[in-house]
Design a protein around this ligand. Sequence first.
Ligand SMILES: *Cc1c(COP(=O)(O)O)cnc(C)c1O
Length: 359
Amino acid sequence: MSRVYNFSAGPSMLPLEVLERAQKEMLDCNGSGQSVMEMSHRSKDYQAIIDEADALLREIMNIPDNYKVMFLQGGASTQFAMVPMNLATKNKKADYVITGQWAKKAHQEAGRYIEANAIASSADKTFSYLPDVDKSMLTPGADFVHITYNNTIYGTHYNTMPDFGDTTIVTDMSSCILSEEVDISKFGLIYAGAQKNMGPAGVTVVIAREDLIGDALDITPTMLKYSTHAENGSMYNTPPTYGIYICKLIYEWIKNMGGISVMNEINVKKAGILYDFLDNSKMFRGTVVAKDRSLMNVPFVTDSDELNAKFIAEATKQGFVNLKGHRSVGGMRASIYNAMPVEGVEKLVAFMKEFEANN
Ligand SMILES: *Cc1c(COP(=O)(O)O)cnc(C)c1O
């Protein structure tokens, strides 16, 4: 068997142990005589799986009891509509910080239903930094303020939380959930597509404070109301059963490793190896201001498009795949989520050193 080091931004690598466990349980999960894919979502066997997923996520993320966990579909992109429809119900207005494509899409979608204000943007420098924001910039009466906690495409991350006073904070954590400890109580709602750091594509996790989710706009389709899913334990309709099962295996893997704090130590180490090299290289450099760097997505460039292309092609041959940067920025990007082993980053850096010496 030869597995590549996959630096894709998503869907991305999954831990080998998790894949092997899923393989082992493929035909007969837990003595049920069936694959999880074949189980009725109303069966006892499946109920145990989703209950455990919920309990494990609560445990590893330290989610307070007054928050609901929902396992939904439609990707993080569906949350761009669900969030304003469900949360902007008092004054029908909300604020958005524009830190990249995903933030922009969230803002645009919200504008279809409510007054959505962009209070700051880093578009002037290709989103290579996070603009300073604080409560004085908020629109009076905003029902919430939305931030993208980790900007997957540009490689920025809120290393310190902005102070928004008492205004409800909603955040898109698609590309950093489970990578670092977060104080859930600082947020009204957190959402994340699973396919970056939590499982396979097809599952979206929403963690929402209970008092925020009962009062959606009248136009909200039943399937897009948080209350529909919260009141039915994510079983109003058929949930993405197999995807949730893989998420559960990931949560177990993190727990067995010592939890998110240990995961974070490994992530700090991995990103440090790569950033140290970039800061000292004469050929490669990172594109993000140091204080806003992400542990998960590391964009970098050389001074020449040809050299970038040559690097990507040679890296691919060596088994370092999907290093091409997002089409909107060019260059390279190494996404080094939880499942990327330290060894994968060490080997990539060794290859980059060799490439620099030869070119
Ligand atoms: C990938 C990504 C999205 C889009 O997720 P889908 O599941 O494809 O809808 C949204 N926000 C962020 C931060 C992402 O990384």
